[in-house]
Each structure stands twice: as structure tokens, then as C-alpha cells.
Design a protein around this ligand. Sequence first.
Ligand code: UD1
Ligand code: UDP
Length: 383
Amino acid sequence: MNNIKVMTVFGTRPEAIKMAPLALELARRPEFEAVCCVTAQHREMLDSVLDIFHLKPNYDLNIMEPRQTLSTITSKCLTGMDQVLEEAKPDLVLVHGDTSTTFAGALAAFYHKIPVGHVEAGLRTYDKWSPYPEEMNRKMVGAIADLHFCPTQTNRDNLARENITKGVFLTGNTVIDALKTTVVKDFCFTDKTLNNLDYVNRKVILVTCHRRENYGQPMTNIMTALRRVADTVPEAELVYPVHLSPVVQEVARQYLDNHPRIHLIAPLAVDEMHNLMARCHLVMTDSGGLQEEAPALGKPVLVLRRETERPEAVQAGTARLAGVEEDTIVQMASRLLSDPSEYNKMARAVNPYGDGQACRRITDAIAWQFGAADTPPEEFSGR
Ligand code: UD1
Ligand code: UDP
């Protein structure tokens, strides 16, 4: 029997972090011929991840433009993928999550009548505009995909509500697989600011913020709230690796520059980020990936959004929705920073999103679906 030719397609930082361990697992296993195509929807932030995981793509569409629009990303990915799929002719295309690359990658495979596997399937807010455009991207990919790899049972339940019950596997999230390879005890940061911080006596708050639906007033509110937290809590040190989006760069610098305890730094390589998260006191973020990683590391998370498609950590008590209103964010952060019993209630390591075995389960499931294994994979047992 010929090897099963599986093409991973990704383009942004979070997709790369969550797909790299899977691409490496596919390359390691004898049943598969692994091919990797990057759209480079992100350029520098993608390359940083590829470097850390020593992953060399076979195809690179190199589509990124400054201040790119949703339409240009989608159309450039779609036409770029045409040629790649024509040449590589994979048996299966794997896409991840909910970005424009994810949607265009799945659509391109569908146009070529190639089966699609969706990694990180079944996340939903049921609000078309939040997260925007991700909620629609993942729903459209869910409609196209033949295989659905759900991180949690909640995600599987969401798909069942849409009558998607065939080819669905409960695997855990591959981000936990990645996290298990990056966090080490005596990690030495290349960033001087991070090496010099006093993680024991100061309260280091790790901040990120980039979502499109937060552009405008919500992002202004968030930045103003962060500055107020730094002003009013003398032991707080805010570390904010600012996303390279010019929109985000502008607003972050406008509101947070020139404060002795706010450190605006360049985006971190993923191993630096994970080790910073392991040492920090609190995470304040609108990022999807950070909401999954921080609970695994026992760090409380204040989610800077109105809703979340990742309710598991909120239910487990390690994440809280802080919204996008200035006063609420300040109040919630101040309480956690001043009340040890409130803080300790949240600072417990829980792992609703995975156990580090998601890539093995996904590859086992593909092997089974293509007749190269006799049994389906065992399932992830988290809720
Ligand atoms: C994208 C995804 C979002 C994901 C986020 C992760 C879509 C619609 N959005 O949003 O779901 O949460 O990535 O970070 O797919 N830029 C650089 N260098 C880089 C990366 C970005 O200069 O390495 C700048 C460019 O000017 C680019 C802009 O950032 O045009 C925005 O990038 P884009 O991928 O369009 O949007 P994100 O907000 O990053
Ligand atoms: N991340 C990183 N460096 C940074 C910021 C984030 O490596 O400076 C990682 C983070 O640990 C997580 C992923 O990038 O694994 C999340 O990406 P992002 O927040 O850009 O996107 P989202 O998850 O919201 O789609």
C-alpha cells in the first residue's frame, strides 16, 4: 500500500504553533508522506515558529502584505493553493482553526475534490461578528471538512448540534503537545527585559491583544485599563509582546509607551513566550492560544473579550471573562492582584484542552480512516 500523502496547510503564528508538532509527527510515521504548505499570511511571526520547530515547508505562498484585508488574504491563498494542490496531489489536506488561511485552504482543497481534515474543530460562540471573521471561518470549514479533530467534548457537542457526527474525533488540542516541548525549568530568555524581571517579588502580568473585533473603541478601552492597572498597583510589571499588526502597534504605543512598569516588547519566539507564561503571575489577553496554555501552567487568565469559544477554563475556574469595558477590566485585575484568596482560587493547573497526545491521536485517526490501522484512536478524556 502507498503511503498516505497528507498536506498540512497553515499561515499564521497560532496555526504554526499548533500544526508544527502534527507536521513533525506525520513526517516521523511510516504510513504517511508528509507535505507542508505555508501561506505566510504572517511572515516574521510564522518564520519564528518554523525556526523553533526546525520545520521546512515544501511550499511557501509568501502572501503577506502590510495592512492586508480579509479579501486579499483569502484570494491570494486560494489562487496560490491551486497550483500547489495541482502539483502535490495530496490524499488529504489538514487545516487548523479559524483564520483566513484555514478557510481558503479548505475551500481550495474542496475545489480540487481533496478530502479535508479540520484540526481544532467545533469551537463556537454562535455570534457571527465575534470573533470576527473567525466564527464564520470555522463554521464554513466545518461544513467542508470530512474529518473533524475536536479538542474537547464541548467542541464535539457543538458539531453534533450542526448534525456533524461522522468523521469526528476527540483528540485534545495540539497546543498542549507543543507546550510540553518548550517549557523548561532554567530557561534563559534572550530578551534582556525578561531576564532582569523579578518574578518572585513583583507581580508580572503577561498581556497580549490583537483581535480584529477589538479594533477601535474596545482596544482603546483595554489599553486605558492596562495603564490604570500599572498606575494603581505598584508591584505590577506589565509585559506586552506587541503583535506586528500596524493597527495594534499604533494603539499600544499611543496608550502604553513611557511607563516605567509597562514593557512593550517585540513578539516573542514561542519558547520564550511559553516560559514567560510559566513564570508570570497573571495573564490578560484576547488571544485564543493563551487561553489554552495558561490554565495548563496554573496561571489565572482574564479574557479581554465579550465572549469566548473556550468556555472550559472558565468552567474550571481558571479563566474569567473581563469584557472590553475599562472599569470592569481594572476592577477585575485589581481584585486578583490584591486578594490572595481570590487569586489562589484561580491559580490551579487544569488541563481541559489536552494531555500532550493530540498529534498521536490525529495521526492514528487518519491512518484508521485510510485503512492503514485496524482500530480507531483512543479518545482524549477531558471535557
Ligand atoms: C490573524 C488571524 C486571527 C489570528 C491572528 C493570530 C485572520 C482573519 N485573522 O489575525 O484569527 O488570531 O492572525 O495572530 O486570519 N504582520 C506583520 N508580520 C507578521 C504578522 C503580521 O507585519 O509576521 C502585520 C501585517 O501588516 C499584516 C497585519 O499584521 O497585514 C495583520 O495580519 P493578519 O494576518 O491579516 O491579521 P491578524 O490580526 O494577525
Ligand atoms: N505567542 C508567541 N509569541 C508572542 C505572542 C504569542 O509565541 O509574542 C504564541 C502564544 O503562546 C500562542 C499563540 O502565539 O501559542 C497565540 O497566537 P495569537 O495570540 O497571535 O493568536 P490566537 O491564538 O488568538 O489566534
